[in-house]
Write a protein that binds this ligand. Structure first.
Ligand code: NAD
Length: 253
């Protein structure tokens, strides 16, 4: 039986952990060749080996998405190896420090905006150049429920994720006539290393986050991967410029 993404080339940033890792594995299972990009080299290489051992095709590219030159080199490397780029999940992100708007340091602001927002722009810039040439492609940018509503104490994160939705809508409109779709995913509270860093491992805070989720639990990274693959697939052929919440009902509150 032909697999859904067979013959396709997928790029996943932030692929060494959490949601990116689950999505890279899901793309590989669905038959895509997967390029995994991250700053965590050892973890990314191990996952690449795991995919290959399971019969999939994968490569690891070390890339800090906060550096535009590294992003250009990442897309060039991928293109030189596999000659195309069909799907991109621009997922790499950091939560930053917790402090309200009045106390947020300039350093934290710059770091979070640079990775989460400028990084997504830089990835799209070089992915779109290649996709435009191919006249096809699907991009999913990782926003958050924090891209739709405020979260006191993480102003730079919230601003970066709101910005990702703006960039997504803009690129979707710019490239809708080129056979390229651009969407965003807005995960709710997902059980990944990021959320455990955010709660500083405190069970009380983690329980509060679970109770705050209408569905009564955290999401699993694999549940986000499923939504990303759907957005990339032909089944979503009429969907572009959309922010898809996979959030256990958080935004319905
Ligand atoms: N976990 C959640 O509850 C949640 C909710 C909404 C949105 N998100 C978003 O999902 C995405 C993935 O987060 P996660 O929860 O899987 O966290 P995670 O920390 O498990 O994974 C993030 C990955 O991004 C990589 N990364 C960080 N900075 C990078 C950089 N400059 N260049 C390249 N790679 C970099 C990390 O090394 C890591 O592998 C992020 O954009 C995050 O904001 C997470």
């Amino acid at each position: 039986m032909t697999q859904q993404f067979e013959g396709g080339v997928a790029l996943v940033t932030g692929a060494s952990s959490g949601i990116g890792k689950a999505t890279a594995l899901a793309f590989a299972r669905a038959g895509a060749r997967v390029a995994l990009a991250d700053v965590l080299t050892e973890e990314g290489q191990a996952l690449t080996e795991q995919i290959r051992a399971g019969g999939g095709e994968a490569m690891f590219i070390e890339c800090n998405v906060g550096d535009v030159n590294e992003v250009r080199a990442m897309v060039d490397t991928l293109h030189a190896e596999w000659g195309r780029i069909d799907y991109a999940f621009n997922n790499a992100g950091v939560e930053g420090e917790q402090a309200n708007t009045a106390d947020c340091s300039e350093e934290n602001w710059n770091r979070v905006i640079n990775i989460n927002l400028r990084g997504v722009w830089a990835c799209m810039k070089y992915e779109l150049q290649r996709m435009q040439h191919q006249k096809s492609g699907a991009i999913v940018n990782c926003s958050s429920i924090a891209g739709e509503v405020g979260f006191p104490g993480i102003p730079a994160y919230v601003a970066s994720k709101h910005g990702v939705l703006g960039l997504t809508k803009n690129a979707a409109l710019e490239f809708v006539g080129h056979g390229i779709r651009v969407n965003a995913i807005c995960p709710g509270v997902i059980d990944t290393p990021m959320i455990h860093r955010f709660s500083q491992g405190e069970e009380d805070i983690e329980h509060q986050l679970e109770y705050a989720e209408p569905i009564g639990r955290m999401g699993r990274p694999e549940e986000i991967a499923e939504a990303v693959l759907w957005l990339c697939s032909d089944k979503a052929s009429f969907v572009t410029g959309h922010a898809l919440a996979a959030d256990g009902g958080w935004l319905a509150k």
